[in-house]
Design a protein around this ligand. Structure first.
Ligand code: FRU
Length: 612
């Protein structure tokens, strides 16, 4: 926030009266001219890098046409403040230096007269400034998870690794903390935990906004953009959805769109193209979500531009209660065997096991054209989930990774309430990076594991507590934990039927984890976890199967300011859930029902914040 804007907001909060709007507007480097009940022209008259726009989080968008020398340059949608300013967002003016810039604004909320329209809080709070303050002002901002500095984020996408850096793009609204104006935001990291934020990578154009997609490093230059060009495919989304292409010759910092876009059109909704080079067939493969048809389409191409539809998979299979989105397809070894299998990720929303969004997957074979799923012992295609929490969606992997790693990141929220969570400066964070593997369970089926990437260990900042064995019974045993923590332990249930682990704070807020030994499940109860009342879908209990054969399980918990990730048995079962406690959980308690149990090899690490 600029000093000027924050000053104005402070004045508003303290109830101070304003000078005439025109005078203030001129001072802020803009001239405001009201043209009618819901139409206003804001001219940029001052010099500066940003036009800072005041936003009210919970009202409708205004349509803002950006006019440069009188010509329409772009249209953005912004919740321009009506009765109060919740926060501000910057519009980058540096690209227009030396030109006249004006905003032709159509507000959507009903006003009865121009006089009433003039009262809108936004007109007095536009300003031109060389700076925009992104310092964190919110207690729920994660300390060691990737999140945008400000504005809205959903799906991670377009992820690739090149020359020692992990590039992460994401669905981004730079002009507010709710879904809108989809662009590709960009961050990168050399270690998967410290992220650097970069300028916006791909912006909306005449074909529409920029939905999810993928990137590959075109090592042989098959697309004609040179060897090692980074090629992105994404969905251009307007009235319809089409697939478009862009390439980068500066390692993903800037992209040039392909003049022949769109490169794939269909007669129904399809999105989120995800491509990879198929070593075996010597062709590019592409999976595309045929969203409303609840299936994935597979294409092939020699050059990333010309794609041939080969097959479709999924109609009537797996979970079908929502749109299919964000596919990913890759091959992995099955641990402990000498076989390899293909894993097809099909994110679905709604229709997840606990309502709303979730990541289902299928295991099978892929011959370069067709995906054939494995069947269970009844000859059916089983439905499998990558994560049994409520806040794990749009999970896809990095391309071109070193050491054949399959590293994934998911969006740590749920479309049921993502726009309502109690943050404002930013909305949504990503999961910790995870390594996907395959294992065979005792039911003969192959399942995916996802364990924290080894780089995550670098978050540890000293051991807070260590105990090799703690006997627990029905009276709870409690220990202090640090606010940002990793808690690792094994449960040997011995005679116990249930082992309960409670994370709590002094305000009586808690998360209850229960290991049900006979049912072979672990549940996560966040109904009393803190702020839960922003959505009726938020208070919930989620439950995961453990796949444990001998009853012993190991757990790794990662507790950040507004999330808990639980990894069981090295990622064979996973639960990711958001929580919004009034103060950090500072205590862990263990108790049992039905007999005594042992907690073994407990280590509590203090975790350090990363650069975010
Ligand atoms: C998934 C999704 C994608 C789409 C994007 C739009 O969360 O709906 O299918 O590309 O979000 O932001």
């Amino acid at each position: 926030m600029t000093k000027l804007t924050s000053g104005l907001i402070a004045m508003m909060i303290s109830g101070a009266t304003f000078a005439a709007p025109e005078a203030l507007a001129e001072d802020g480097g803009v001239k405001v001219e009201h043209l009618g009940v819901n139409n206003t022209l804001v001219r940029v008259t001052g010099d500066g890098k940003y036009l800072v726009m005041p936003v009210q989080d919970n009202i409708d968008d205004a349509k803002v046409d950006i006019l440069v020398d009188g010509k329409l340059d772009k249209t953005i949608y912004v919740r321009l403040a009506k009765s109060k300013v919740d926060y501000s967002v910057p519009f980058d003016l540096s690209q227009y230096k030396g030109h006249d810039v004006a905003l032709n604004i159509v507000t959507s909320q009903g006003r009865s007269s121009v006089r009433e329209a003039k009262e809108d809080a936004c007109w007095k709070n536009f300003s031109v400034s060389d700076t925009f303050d992104t310092t964190n002002r919110e207690k729920f901002r994660p300390a060691f998870h990737h999140a945008p500095l400000y504005g809205w984020m959903n799906d991670p996408n377009g992820m690739f690794y090149k020359d020692g850096r992990w590039h992460l793009y994401y669905q981004y609204n730079p002009y507010g903390s709710k879904w809108q104006n989809m662009t590709w935001g960009h961050s990168s990291s050399s270690d998967l935990v410290n992220w650097e934020h970069h300028p916006i990578a791909i912006e909306p154009d005449g074909l529409g906004s920029i939905f999810s997609g993928s990137c590959v490093v075109d090592k042989e230059g098959t697309a004609g953009f040179g060897k090692d060009a980074v090629v992105a495919l994404y969905t251009s989304a307007a009235t319809s959805q089409m697939q478009s292409m862009a390439h980068s010759n500066d390692n993903g910092e800037t992209f040039e769109k392909y003049p022949g876009n769109p490169i794939i059109t269909l007669e129904s909704e399809a999105r989120d193209p995800n491509m990879f080079w198929n070593e075996k067939t010597g062709e590019w493969n592409l999976s595309l979500a045929h969203a409303l048809d609840h299936e994935m389409l597979f294409f092939t191409s020699p050059d990333l531009k010309n794609w041939t539809l080969q097959s479709a998979f999924g109609k009537g299979l797996g979970a079908q209660d929502g749109v299919w989105e964000c596919p990913d397809l890759f091959k992995l070894p099955v641990s402990g065997t000498d076989t390899e299998k293909w894993m097809l990720i099909c994110n679905i929303n709604p229709g997840g096991p606990f309502g709303g969004s979730a990541t289902q997957y299928f295991i099978g074979d892929f011959d370069g054209k067709t995906f054939t799923p494995d069947l269970d012992k009844d000859g059916k295609v089983p439905t499998k989930w990558m994560d049994y929490g409520k806040d794990h969606y749009a999970t896809v992997s990095f391309s071109d990774t070193p050491d054949n790693r399959r590293t994934v990141i998911g969006w740590m929220s749920n479309w049921q309430y993502a726009t309502e969570v109690p943050t404002m400066q930013f909305r949504s964070a990503n999961t910790l990076p995870r390594e996907v593997g395959l294992f065979k369970a005792s039911d003969g089926q192959i399942y995916a594991s996802s364990a924290p990437s080894p780089e995550v260990d670098a978050l540890r900042d000293g051991v807070f507590k260590k105990a090799s064995k703690i006997g627990v019974g029905k009276n709870a045993k409690s220990f202090a934990i640090p606010g940002l923590s990793e808690i690792d332990f094994e449960i040997d249930p011995k005679k116990a039927q249930k082992v309960t682990v409670v994370l709590s704070n002094g305000q009586g807020e808690k998360v209850e984890l229960t290991y049900d030994v006979d049912a072979k499940t672990v549940s996560f109860d966040r109904r009393e976890s803190g702020v839960t009342d922003f959505s009726q879908d938020f208070p919930a209990v989620t439950t995961t199967p453990t796949f444990s054969d001998n009853g012993k399980i190991s757990l790794r918990l990662f507790i950040d300011r507004s999330s808990i990730e639980l990894f069981g048995d090295n990622g064979r079962f996973v639960m990711t859930n958001l929580v919004f406690p009034g103060s950090p959980y500072d205590k862990i308690s263990f108790s049992t029902a039905g007999g005594n149990a042992d907690i073994r090899n407990l280590t509590v690490y203090n975790l350090k914040p990363t650069t975010l």
